[in-house]
Design a protein around this ligand. Structure first.
Ligand code: CUA
Length: 181
């Protein structure tokens, strides 16, 4: 009698015909993997959580410089004792959000029903941009600039949480985004 931990008695065990139940499970697993495979493009087209994006190579220094230029030009106020600039860039412009250990910087203030080009990049490790409560998710990598078009359709205050584990302060990596009328 063979068992799961001893080698099979017959060396050429794979030449045996398939058991009917075994064949059924192989077919089921194959079908399920195909369904999951086609769910990826399906959710991209019909879902609202995975936005189309473009990705470009960029160094953290260059990305930081672009974000800083936007902050220098369009900061309207600060929050948390001056640590977080609130930036209100003109409608239709390029807006930058930095992910780093452990913050989202700066705070963006966008106008409802206006379209912006949102640029995301990380200064250090991989982070996950997760906009709450809309549950829009984008992975953020160092060395890459992820660009996506966003048109906020509801005003209010949104939270940005990090949904890729990035070390000891991961749970504190929360940011904010305002959408005004
Ligand atoms: Cu950044 Cu988790």
């Amino acid at each position: 009698m063979g068992s799961a931990i001893t080698p099979p008695e017959e060396r050429v065990w794979w030449k045996h015909p398939l058991d009917r139940v075994e064949g059924t499970w192989i077919v089921l697993a194959l079908l399920w993997s195909l369904i999951m495979f086609f769910m990826m493009p399906f959710w991209h087209v019909y879902g609202k959580q995975n936005l189309s994006n473009e990705a470009y190579r960029i160094s953290p220094q260059k990305f930081q410089a672009k974000a800083q230029a936007m902050v220098d030009q369009y900061t309207v106020r600060t929050e948390v004792d001056g640590q977080y600039p609130v930036v209100r860039p003109p409608a239709g412009s390029d807006v930058y959000l930095i992910a780093r250990l452990w913050q989202w910087w700066p705070i963006l203030e966008l106008e409802k029903d206006q379209t912006y080009r949102l640029h995301l990049s990380s200064m250090d490790w991989q982070h996950g941009f997760s906009l709450q409560p809309s549950n829009i998710n984008i992975q953020v990598h160092p060395g890459y600039e992820i660009v996506t078009s966003v048109t906020p359709n509801r005003s209010g205050e949104y939270g940005i949480v990090c949904n890729e584990f990035c070390g000891i302060g991961h749970h504190t990596m929360v940011g904010k985004l305002y959408v005004t009328e």
